[in-house]
Design a protein around this ligand. Structure first.
Ligand code: DHB
Length: 387
């Protein structure tokens, strides 16, 4: 198969990139080793920055973020049993949308297929050969070899990226940090327990009360990374959640999904080599607090789409040469924010009394200051793109 851009990975980054390239008149082939059904049903995060929603608007009515999703104009930080609202509208005049990532994927896949995109599921990339005409060596669902020859290859193939090794010389090479805790996530059938998301710091650890719809809720609580999801009864899960959100009585209902989310911070040492570049989780991972993962992937794509347009339409390599540096600025801002929200809200297993009191001091510093609230709101809603 020959195309202009080969895109490895049909997550939000790869699919949106194929759309933006198509808009510029550039053909691409997108492959993913997963099935369409798996991609469309894997539960991930749920918060879209305003700029993400605006970029998704370019797929037209296929984006249901504004119609099915819900705009949120604030969140609550809770500590010492008291809630403190961070008002996005009042501080930065922006908002976020609650719209699950797998719904974004359904919208993007439908829009790409309707536009005639060459999008292949069940195709596993085994390696990438860099060069003037880079090639993706892959295998289709039946195990038959498939080669895609392109002018450029993009690795949007997630945290276990195959493309990464071609760019960095190793599949792991990067700046890295681990955390001594994880999130236990649940989905339950119940009405929302509060109008807005609650990020709660308690002596028993962190909890996040999020939502999915009027009838399905998503909640998380801090746990040990080795926790076995089967080790808790439903009643125990509600106890764990409830004791971390003092002041609100959680509306309970049947729990139909549970998972443990590992916390990692990672940035690959290099984002581009020759005619191969990385975007999204292939390039970086953030811990989930603050919901930056997908939004950051989409911010990479915005830059890379422009750079590939300049390269492939005008033969101008300057934006592509600048891509690693330009993308890194936002990547490290998001790395900092995700690390900061994590350390602000979680209780480290080895925290001393001093650490605990210092943390409460930090929380007060944020919520009792207009500037502190604005600092959080600006990052949460997403930094403007032109900055
Ligand atoms: C969700 C996840 C997050 O990491 C976050 O900060 C907010 C919401 C969610 O899955 O709903």
């Amino acid at each position: 198969v020959r195309t202009r851009v080969a895109i490895v990975g049909a997550g939000p980054a790869g699919l949106l990139l194929s759309h933006l390239l198509d808009q510029a008149g550039i053909d691409s082939v997108v492959i993913d080793q997963r099935s369409r059904d798996e991609i469309e049903s894997t539960i991930r995060a749920g918060i879209l920055e305003q700029g993400t929603v605006e970029l998704l608007d370019t797929i037209g009515e296929a984006s249901r973020a504004r119609t099915v999703g819900h705009r949120h104009d604030g969140i609550e930080l809770r500590f010492e049993g008291e809630g403190h609202r961070i008002d996005f509208a009042a501080t930065v005049g922006r908002a976020v949308w609650l719209y699950p990532q797998h719904e974004v994927l359904k919208d993007l896949i439908a829009a790409r297929l309707a536009a005639g995109q060459d999008l292949r599921f069940g195709v596993t990339a085994e390696g990438i050969e860099n060069g003037e005409r880079p090639r993706v060596i892959a295998r289709d669902a039946e195990g038959n070899p498939l080669e895609i020859e392109a002018e450029f290859v993009v690795g949007s193939d997630g945290s276990r990226s195959v493309a990464r090794a071609t760019v960095t010389g190793s599949s792991t090479g990067g700046y890295f940090r681990e955390y001594p805790f994880a999130w236990f996530g649940i989905l339950c059938e119940a009405p929302p327990s509060s109008e807005e998301l609650i990020y709660s710091n308690s002596p028993d650890g962190f909890a996040l009360v999020s939502q999915r719809s009027d009838t399905v809720q998503r909640m998380y609580f801090q746990c040990d990374p080795e926790t076995d999801t089967a080790a808790f009864s439903e009643e125990q899960l509600w106890d764990e959640l409830q004791k971390r959100v003092p002041g609100t009585t959680l509306k309970q209902g049947p729990i139909f999904q549970r998972d443990v989310l590992r916390f990692r911070s990672f940035v690959a040492h290099e984002l581009r080599r020759g005619r191969v570049a990385l975007v999204g989780d292939a390039a970086h991972t953030v811990p989930p607090t603050g919901a930056k993962g997908m939004n950051l992937a989409i911010a990479d794509v915005r830059l890379l789409a422009a750079a590939l347009g300049a390269l492939l339409l005008d033969g101008d390599e300057r934006l592509l040469d600048a891509y690693p540096e330009t993308a890194s600025r936002r990547i490290w801002k998001a790395q900092h924010f995700s690390w900061w929200m994590t350390s602000l809200l979680h209780v480290a297993p080895d925290a001393t009394d001093f650490d605990r009191r210092r943390q409460l001091g930090e929380l007060r510093t944020v919520v009792e200051s207009e500037h502190g609230r604005a600092y959080l709101a600006e990052a949460y809603c997403g930094w403007p793109f032109d900055a």
